[in-house]
Design a protein around this ligand. Structure first.
Ligand SMILES: *Cc1c(COP(=O)(O)O)cnc(C)c1O
Length: 465
């Protein structure tokens, strides 16, 4: 009674998939599902059970094939309130930027072609003008991420030489980026000065030898040292480095380009601050507080950047047209400081007024209250705090509003898993055995997805019971 593969391929439902799903996946799905029927026969299942399985074959094949054919990397709803969530892809990109990216990527572009001269150009040239405008930098280039940027800078400027770093700044960023290890990889020798909590100008001065290649400052983006502390400002380090004719470099981490304190967020040193105080080369991430694509931006003195462009590592760390195009578009927003905050999703989410968060929470709560399940759980709006994330501004607590689902006796952990494994996964926060949906990272267009995911998770819980 089990239909042949050819017969199943001729089935209307299966045929319909033919234009969207590769033939191989369809055939594999047919084999898989018919094999399951044979398995059931071997197991001695009843004839009615087997007949039923055969009847359902086209449907089962369809859902199995669709499942097999679905993307592994796909959108999720971030309801955690962690704005720059490294596990969830860091900064979302504005759709206008994606439109431009599509224009550039779907055909040919002048990526490395100088249209005025009609000859080979540089892929970094597209960024230089806009970066100079925003940060005041003489020159700029970009590599795959900030880790690569730091490695390239050290390898170019200080290979075989000593680099002086304060013991208070020997950071580790998630994912095995450690300043001492990067230093070793680059071929530079780390010279630690000062102590964990205090480093003075004289510590740097007395560490200088004829083999010093650079003085390096590292922004302690993901932790703070508090209490009895002191660090040396870049402007003071500049006095030392200039006196000895050695470059001063800084790993700024997040790459803030505007003063965020206007929006109630702690002041973070901007890229311009760093350059203004005399740092020769500054590196920062493209997808942290900058709010763009993954990238490592290097800005500063032309003489050093030109040397870096010639380093073979540059070829290995090279970014493609996607990154350059999205980064150029992101930088362009910064030309208008009043608009940038509303145009870059990361900045918009970080600076939502409480009013907006409250309205969003009301809206999501109302949507949930219209559904049947709401009588089975306790729904409420609660005050809470969101995080910046991405190893940026670790002490910042951003007051927010959450819609909270209290499941009472039902399993919060199972519910959270059902949300997470939903067709469009919803990643929420569990706190004190309740589910929190933080409105800061939830777009209005995602509220419907969340509500449907909650309904289907409630159904899933019932089935478990
Ligand atoms: C995040 C960070 C890095 C690593 O940047 P990626 O773009 O993630 O490679 C390096 N240094 C500092 C100080 C950082 O904050």
């Amino acid at each position: 009674m089990i239909p042949k593969v050819d017969e199943l391929l001729d089935n209307e439902l299966v045929k319909e998939m033919d234009t969207q799903i590769p033939r191989k996946i369809i055939v594999d799905s047919i084999r898989q599902k018919t094999e399951e029927v044979r398995g059931a026969i071997k197991n001695g299942e009843s004839i009615d059970y087997i007949k039923d399985m055969i009847e359902r074959l086209p449907n089962d094949i369809e859902s199995y094939a669709k499942q097999k054919n679905s993307y592994k990397l796909r959108p999720v709803v971030n309801a955690t309130g962690v704005v720059i969530h490294t596990n969830l892809g860091r900064s979302p990109i504005n759709p206008e930027i994606l439109d431009h990216l599509k224009d550039v990527a779907k055909g040919y572009s002048n990526l490395e072609y100088d249209l005025d001269k009609g000859s080979r150009g540089s892929r970094y040239s597209h960024l230089e003008e806009v970066v100079a405008e925003i940060t005041g930098a003489e020159s700029a280039m970009v590599v795959n991420n900030n880790a690569a940027a730091v490695l390239l800078v050290l390898s170019t400027i200080a290979k075989g030489k000593e680099v002086i770093v304060s013991r208070g700044e020997l950071i580790e960023i998630g994912g095995a980026f450690r300043v001492p290890d990067v230093m070793e990889q680059s071929g530079a020798t780390l010279v630690e000065v000062g102590t964990t909590n205090k480093t003075h100008k004289r510590d740097y001065e007395s560490a200088i030898t004829e083999n010093t290649g650079a003085i390096m400052k590292v922004h302690t983006s993901n932790y703070r040292i508090m209490g009895f502390t002191s660090a040396v400002e870049a402007s003071e380090l500049k006095e030392i480095s200039e006196g000895h004719g050695i470059p001063l470099i800084e790993d700024l981490g997040s790459g803030v380009l505007i003063d965020l304190s206007k929006y109630g967020i702690t002041y973070e040193p901007t890229v311009r601050d760093s350059l203004d105080s005399g740092v020769d080369v500054v590196t920062f991430s493209g997808d942290k507080l900058l709010g763009g694509p993954q990238a490592g931006v290097i800005v500063g003195k032309k003489e050093y950047i030109d040397q870096m462009k010639k380093n073979p590592l540059t070829r290995a760390f090279r970014v493609d047209k996607f990154t350059i195009s999205a980064l150029e578009a992101t930088f362009r927003y910064y030309l208008d400081e009043d608009m940038v905050v509303s145009r870059i999703p990361t900045l918009r989410m970080l600076t939502y007024p409480m009013e907006v968060l409250r309205n969003k929470a009301d809206k999501l709560l109302k949507m949930m209250e219209q559904e049947d399940f709401h009588k089975m759980v306790n729904l409420s709006i609660q005050d809470d705090y969101s995080e910046v994330g991405g190893g940026s501004l670790p002490m910042e607590k951003l007051p927010t509003k959450c819609v909270v689902v209290d499941l009472g006796e039902k399993s919060t952990a199972k519910f959270e898993k059902l949300l997470r494994t939903n067709t469009i996964p919803v990643i929420a926060r569990i706190y004190k055995d309740k589910i929190y949906f933080d409105l800061r990272t939830i777009e209005d267009s995602e509220m419907d997805i969340i509500t449907k995911a909650v309904i289907s998770a409630m159904d899933g819980l019932e089935e478990c019971d």
